[in-house]
Every structure is written in structure tokens, then in C-alpha cells.
Design a protein around this ligand. Structure first.
Ligand SMILES: Cc1cc2nc3c(=O)[nH]c(=O)nc-3n(C[C@H](O)[C@H](O)[C@H](O)COP(=O)(O)OP(=O)(O)OC[C@H]3O[C@@H](n4cnc5c(N)ncnc54)[C@H](O)[C@@H]3O)c2cc1C
Length: 290
């Protein structure tokens, strides 16, 4: 039996929002680059009754640099994140995370909004948005609302996005000169590998003291998470070997990884500790005598 699928390629955002409002009770899927959704349809993991193709909407393809933050449209592709100098200069972690995604085909087509809305704990740009305290602007025909990125996910593959809303803008506070960025993704291969563990962090060290640190973790919990207990332990403390050892243990209470097709919980636990200790040791070395 074939099912009729209603398909809409809107001419503008207003038309897109109207379609979402009218079809909010149906199984409606937004189609951006299609790199998550098309494989899911082909393998029958999902069977949409309505599809809204937003790829052609210029209103969703913007990039603005403000004094303290960048505003990105959800259709910003990984390739654009890698190539646009404004992103490289102000949020370098976004460029690094985009570089580690899939291969060229996926980078050209996969989008920031799709990575966020897909809500996989292994989405590569998500730990970056977590440490930058990004804000998502969601829009429906009724208007806009802002949601902090760190409050967007409600569980595994679940978010607070309503059926008649789309992600309209992503506001990312820019990195200050004294903040040191760190990115590490561990997959099976260098390319075309979904994360087993991903860590994004930014830290600020003055006089040997960790003034501030934020740590975002991917693929080690049902959603991307901030390592809050570890951050609280580290903030304001002298960066010495004892602290680095302790942080590697405390971070275990910030994560709850599982065994899956890509890795084991045990490997993910050990690797998270090792990567954190490596980052902190590098920081300590770089700031010796400063
Ligand atoms: C071979 C391959 C390799 C990959 N490698 C990686 C990798 O290394 N790292 C990684 O993180 N991901 C990877 N992915 C996953 C995928 O490329 C990313 O998640 C990508 O960001 C999805 O973006 P998209 O535009 O293609 O989303 P789509 O497939 O179009 O949509 C994904 C989801 O987001 C929703 N959506 C899209 N845009 C919006 C919006 N503006 N508002 C609300 N909802 C929206 C859709 O309805 C759907 O639920 C890979 C995929 C493939 C096929």
C-alpha cells in the first residue's frame, strides 16, 4: 500500500510557517540538507505524512557578526562553518567541529540546524554550542521564542521544539581573546565516523589559576551534556597535577555512557577521563610561569 505524502517547497518563511501550523497534527518532517532524514526514510525508520523542504529559503541562510555574538541561520552548512573567516576568528571551535564531520559531501549538504534538531548525542557541533552557551531562536506562525541551547534537549533524541516551530536562528557568543579553545573527537576513523566521544572546552588561566572552564561532552550521555561538577571543581583552583588527577575522576559523575554499535561504555568512560587530563596537562604546560 502506498501512502500519500504532502510535500511543500515554500517560496518564503511565512509560507513555511503556515504549512507547519496547518500540518502540526500530522507526522511532518522538516527537510534541510537531508543527510539525516533521507537515510531514515530510505531505511523506513520514519514515514512522514508531510515534508517541508526549507533548503531553498534564503531567510534561513544568513550569517551576521555582532560585537559579542554571531547569528547563524539554520541552513549554514558544515562547509560554510569551515570556510567563513568570521566563524574561524570568533568561534574557532565551530570550525574545528565542522571539519571533523563526515566527508565533503556531508559537509556541503549537512546543516547546523539539522545537527541541532536531529538531537543525536553524537552531533559534532553540539558540545561547541553547549560551551558557548548558545541561544536558539525558534519560530512559528505565532511568533518567536528564545531557548538556551543547554535547555533545548529533554531526553534521548527529544527536544522542546514544538511541531509547528522551526529553528530560525542560532546565536553564539563569541570567544574572548583570553579564552583557550579545545576540541577532540574520537571515532573509528579520521573521516566518515560518528563520535565515540567528543569534547569541546574553553578555559581561561591567569597566574596558574583556572579562572573559568566550560566542558561540553558528546556521545557519553543520552544528550550532549556540560560537565558541571567537573567545571565547579576546577573553577578558581590552581592547575596542578593533583587537581588534574581529581578532575579525571570527577568527570565520571557527569556522564552516563552506554554500550552501542560504535563503542562500549567502558571505553567511553576511560577515554573521557584521558582526554580531559590531556587537555588540562597541556593547559598547565602552556601556562607554566605565567
Ligand atoms: C555518511 C554520513 C556521515 C555523517 N557524519 C556525521 C558526523 O561525522 N558528525 C555529525 O555530527 N553528523 C554526521 N552525520 C549526520 C548529519 O550529516 C548531520 O546531523 C547534519 O547536521 C544534519 O543536517 P541536515 O541539514 O542534513 O538535516 P536533515 O536530514 O535535513 O534534518 C535532520 C533533522 O533536523 C530537522 N530539521 C532540519 N532543519 C531544521 C530546522 N531549521 N528547524 C527544525 N528542525 C529542523 C529535520 O526535520 C530532521 O528531523 C552524517 C550523516 C551521514 C549520512
Amino acid at each position: 500500500m502506498t501512502t500519500e505524502v504532502e510535500f511543500c517547497a515554500p517560496k518564503n518563511l511565512a509560507e513555511a510557517l503556515e504549512f507547519l501550523a496547518l500540518n502540526r497534527d500530522k507526522k511532518t518532517w522538516i527537510l534541510a540538507g537531508g543527510t539525516d532524514i533521507m537515510p531514515a526514510i530510505n531505511s523506513r525508520q520514519i514515514s512522514p505524512l508531510a515534508v517541508l523542504d526549507i533548503w531553498g529559503l534564503r531567510e534561513l541562510r544568513i550569517l551576521e557578526q555582532h560585537q559579542r555574538h554571531l547569528t547563524l541561520g539554520p541552513l549554514t552548512t558544515f562547509s560554510e562553518m569551515m570556510q567563513d573567516p568570521r566563524i574561524g576568528q570568533t568561534v574557532p571551535l565551530l570550525r574545528e567541529a565542522a571539519q571533523s564531520v563526515g566527508a565533503v559531501q556531508i559537509q556541503n549538504r549537512g546543516t547546523l540546524g539539522g545537527n541541532i534538531a536531529n538531537a543525536s548525542p553524537a552531533g559534532d557541533v553540539l558540545p561547541v554550542l553547549a560551551v558557548h552557551n548558545a541561544v536558539l531562536e525558534l519560530r512559528s506562525a505565532k511568533g518567536s521564542r528564545n531557548v538556551e541551547f543547554n535547555a533545548f534537549y529533554s531526553g534521548y533524541k527529544q527536544s522542546v521544539l514544538k511541531p509547528d516551530e522551526l529553528i530560525y536562528r542560532i546565536h553564539v557568543p563569541i570567544q574572548w581573546p583570553q579564552q583557550i579553545p579545545y576540541w577532540r573527537k574520537l571515532g573509528t576513523r579520521q573521516a566518515q565516523a560518528i563520535s565515540k566521544v567528543a569534547i569541546a572546552a574553553i578555559a581561561e588561566v591567569r597566574g596558574g589559576i583556572l579562572q573559568d572552564i566550560r566542558i561540553g561532552l558528546g556521545a557519553v550521555a543520552p544528550t550532549v551534556v556540560r560537565a558541571k561538577k567537573t567545571e565547579d571543581t576546577l573553577r578558581g583552583r590552581r592547575l596542578d597535577n593533583r587537581l588534574i588527577q581529581a578532575a579525571g575522576e570527577i568527570i565520571q559523575s557527569d556522564i552516563c555512557p552506554i554500550d552501542d554499535i560504535r563503542s562500549t561504555a567502558r571505553f567511553r568512560r576511560r577515554t573521557t577521563t584521558n582526554i580531559l587530563r590531556r587537555f588540562l596537562s597541556d593547559l598547565k604546560l602552556a601556562h607554566r610561569g605565567m
